[in-house]
Design a protein around this ligand. Structure first.
Ligand code: URA
Length: 198
């Protein structure tokens, strides 16, 4: 695979001024991880720590997500991790429809380049953006959904958003954390089924 187009895309994202989030961000967060991976994880948008560092999922909720991925046997280093929207919305508000639409070509270009066999979505925003569903994450999580998005056939497995897990840290049977661990194990099982040797 030729890396140049991905680097060009990265340069485009970090310099992007397609929407007003460019005025308030410190860093646009392109994403990180191997380009040659069968699994991409898509979150919502960078928060304060991500904006500060330019890296995805490095704040408190990101750290929790990393711990759960590790515990379930799918360490974050094996995935490409990015967000639906690459710049932090002020006060961590939800990205607007216009902001999500402005950033859509970047996520589409990333997925077109990596061609993942499985996309894990964290929370409602990326799940709705890809699947076009109205149902909430509680209904959709933990199951494989397929869609055609920007001309690509995607297999999507939604998880609870880690900021929800931060507020619900109990590990009783059936708790959001335990469900998420089971969902990540299912994602790993599917990834190995789709890509033997992963
Ligand atoms: N950090 C990210 O990079 N994305 C999220 O969705 C939440 C925290």
């Amino acid at each position: 695979m030729n890396d140049a187009p991905f680097n060009a895309l990265r340069n485009e994202v970090v310099a992007c001024e397609r929407c007003p989030l460019a005025e308030t961000r410190t860093h646009a967060v392109f994403g990180e991880g191997p380009e040659r991976t069968p699994v991409v994880l898509v979150g919502e948008a960078p928060g304060a720590k991500e904006d500060e560092s330019g890296r995805p999922f490095v704040g408190l909720s990101g750290r929790l997500l990393g711990e759960l991925l590790e515990e379930a046997g799918l360490p974050r280093e094996k995935l490409f991790i990015t967000n639906t929207v690459k710049c932090r919305p002020p006060e961590n508000r939800l990205p607007s429809k216009a902001e999500t639409a402005a950033c859509r070509p970047f996520l589409a270009a990333q997925l077109r380049h990596i061609r993942p066999r499985l996309v894990i979505t964290a929370g409602n925003a990326p799940t709705r953006a890809l699947l076009g569903t109205k149902e909430g994450i509680t209904t959709l999580r933990g199951r494989l959904h397929t869609c055609v998005w920007e001309g690509m056939e995607l297999s999507v497995l939604p998880l609870f958003h880690p900021s929800y897990l931060l507020r619900n840290r109990g590990r009783a049977e059936g708790s959001p954390i335990m469900l998420t661990l089971a969902d990540i194990r299912e994602a790993l099982r599917l990834a190995r089924e789709f890509t033997p040797g992963f």
